[in-house]
Write a protein that binds this ligand. Sequence first.
Ligand SMILES: [Mn+2]
Length: 324
Amino acid sequence: MIDIVSLLSAVEKCKNAIIVGHSHPDGDCVGSAVALACLIEGLGGKADIIFPEKTPRRLEFLLKNRKELEALPENLDGYDMICVDVASPTQMASLKDALVENVKLRIDHHDVGVPYAKQEFVAPKAAATGYIMFELFKYALGEGKIKEIPMEAANAMFGAISSDTGCFKYANVTPATHVTAARLIEIGVNAAEINRLLFDTKDEAVLKAEGIAANRLETFADGKISGIAIELWEYENGLTISDFETAIDIARSIRGAKCAVCVKASPTVGVFRASLRANCDIDVSKVAAHFGGGGHVRAAGCSIECGSAKEALDMIVKEIEKVI
Ligand SMILES: [Mn+2]
């Protein structure tokens, strides 16, 4: 675990913070950003939140009444820039140029990445950045620096942890993950409702996207690798890249698959986003790193510039075949 004492003292110095999450924000990134904003406010500071793209609708409940910034201020002097759950500058996407030299703190749990912040706090064993946030709250509470853990923060942290553990079912779950979840439920978090909103509620568009994804499913290496390629033209019927967020789970669920890949065309022509998952001991973060991405041993991602999603999928499959 990271040095929570140093991390809290670094956070305490951020009186006018802008909290930044990664591109294509997920539940951990949004939940952690909200929790950190609550903590900074509890410590007497101010905090705004921004993501390279707007929070997807299915995660808006984590933001609740908070408004995300539409754009970064022209001049970042006087602001304390904090990145949460952001492993590499590439994940800052549209915010990268303005941000990369100006990040004061990175709070993260990705073990593969490219350091960028003046101070880096990375806990690779933490199942979620939201878990680190709870450690921070606990310590701040113990030191009497805050009076309570606000419900807004508790809900956000539970959502963050549940999101990054796939509802507590991934290999990153440890006894400590469950203990933290238990504490949050003790505080009053409605775990069933948050999990229902995260995992059992889908937009019609997402269900349609899942149907397309299932139809695009291919297998390689005698079924040990499964892959889905979503080309730009799949968005012509009104679906967007974020509607395909769960497509990787379809690839991952086919019997016999040890590794799953889902490549989606991004709105930028010629840029393809890949998600990688491992059902075994293969380190997919190394495969992602080969393409300039990062992530975890069993869940990673990267962006590839090439001609089609299928081409990107074939490139990644080739790399996985070398290690499978
Ligand atoms: Mn995360």
